[in-house]
Design a protein around this ligand. Structure first.
Ligand SMILES: Nc1nc2c(ncn2[C@@H]2O[C@H](COP(=O)(O)OP(=O)(O)OP(=O)(O)O)[C@@H](O)[C@H]2O)c(=O)[nH]1
Ligand SMILES: [Mg+2]
Length: 297
């Protein structure tokens, strides 16, 4: 189970995967099974609506299959979960221009550094952009990462309009022949209207300067925040049209079911998962693998 990051996701294993797998191994798919499965899924942050739908579909599947064979039923359940995570839109795991957004402390800066590290290891020329001009510490944090992983960091002047910083950084990206432009932005609560407007402006500037270049926007979601992240996704989606989600701090939670809720409610794919502060603690999200481990323990 979770062979790749076994220790890091141990909490999810202990609190979710082991319960799901024990439940299925009872091999009796009666009312108490469905009730307990519901409790486990809701407890794992899957959300009430998504959980109820999953249970309803599983009942239908079992009736159709006309069997109580554990492996067959388990497999049907796995497929129902995977269906929710695999979305039809084409996913771009290595976008040329990435705008990273999210609420305060959701792990954006750490993630962009990890991603830049991956690109650099693949021989790409990366420009990281420090979009938080209000907090000197934010710029310093990104510069320190730049030094550690050996990539260029574009920094504006203190208190400079972040949109102006994006303008300069985009020109530098074009003129100096970088392969990737990865933009870190200031954390913003979805309730702060002026900050959300600022994000819209940043997006407009990028689209204008980077003509013909697709700008990908990912939302950093702290897995520990659970259901609260649904509202965040909604507001950020309205401001800038999100293309995907990066789920961070999976090492700090015993839940993780929020991936299903986000996918089901906003049709947003989880692109990467992060599970630690270390630069290596990042992985492309693989729905099939994640679900398999979750159901089989
Ligand atoms: N355990 C754990 N900690 C993480 C992970 N990602 C980030 N952190 C820590 O969470 C804290 C916040 O991370 P940042 O990357 O600074 O978050 P941010 O979204 O850039 O924060 P703001 O710029 O203030 O909005 C830091 O202490 C990180 O080291 C993760 O996957 N797991
Ligand atoms: Mg930051």
């Amino acid at each position: 189970m979770f062979s790749f990051i076994k220790d890091k996701l141990k909490k999810i294993y202990d609190q979710v995967a082991s319960k799901v797998s024990t439940l299925f191994n009872r091999a009796i798919f009666d009312e108490s099974f469905f009730q307990e499965l519901k409790t486990v899924l809701i407890g794992a942050d899957v959300g009430v609506a998504t959980t109820e739908e999953l249970i309803k579909q599983l009942r239908v599947e079992i009736a159709k299959l006309k069997t109580n064979h554990v492996e067959t039923v388990k497999h049907a359940f796995e497929e129902l979960l995977i269906e929710r995570l695999v979305l039809p839109e084409k996913l771009e795991p290595m976008p040329r221009v990435l705008l990273m957004v999210g609420v305060n402390g959701s792990g954006k800066t750490t993630f962009v550094a990890k991603l830049a590290h991956v690109y650099r290891a693949a021989g790409k020329k990366v420009l990281l952009v420090a979009g938080d001009t209000f907090r000197a510490a934010a710029t310093e944090q990104l510069m320190a990462w730049g030094k550690t992983i050996g990539v260029a960091v574009h920094v504006g002047k203190p208190d400079q309009d972040p949109a102006a910083v994006m303008f300069d950084a985009s020109q530098r990206f074009i003129n100096e022949g970088f392969d990737h432009l990865i933009i870190d932005t200031a954390g913003r609560l979805q309730t702060k209207v002026n900050l959300m407007k600022e994000l819209e402006k940043i997006r407009r500037v990028l689209d204008k300067v980077l003509v013909g270049q697709r700008v990908t926007v990912w939302l950093g979601v702290d897995a520990m925040l659970g259901q609260n992240s649904l509202r965040q996704a909604e507001v950020f989606h309205e401001a800038t049209t999100l293309d995907g989600v990066v789920l961070t701090k999976l090492d700090g939670t015993g839940k993780g079911g929020i991936v299903f809720a986000i996918a089901a409610e906003y049709k947003l794919p989880v692109v990467y998962i992060a599970f630690g502060e270390n630069v290596e603690a990042l992985k492309l999200f693989n729905p099939r693998e994640f679900v398999h481990d979750l159901v089989n323990g």
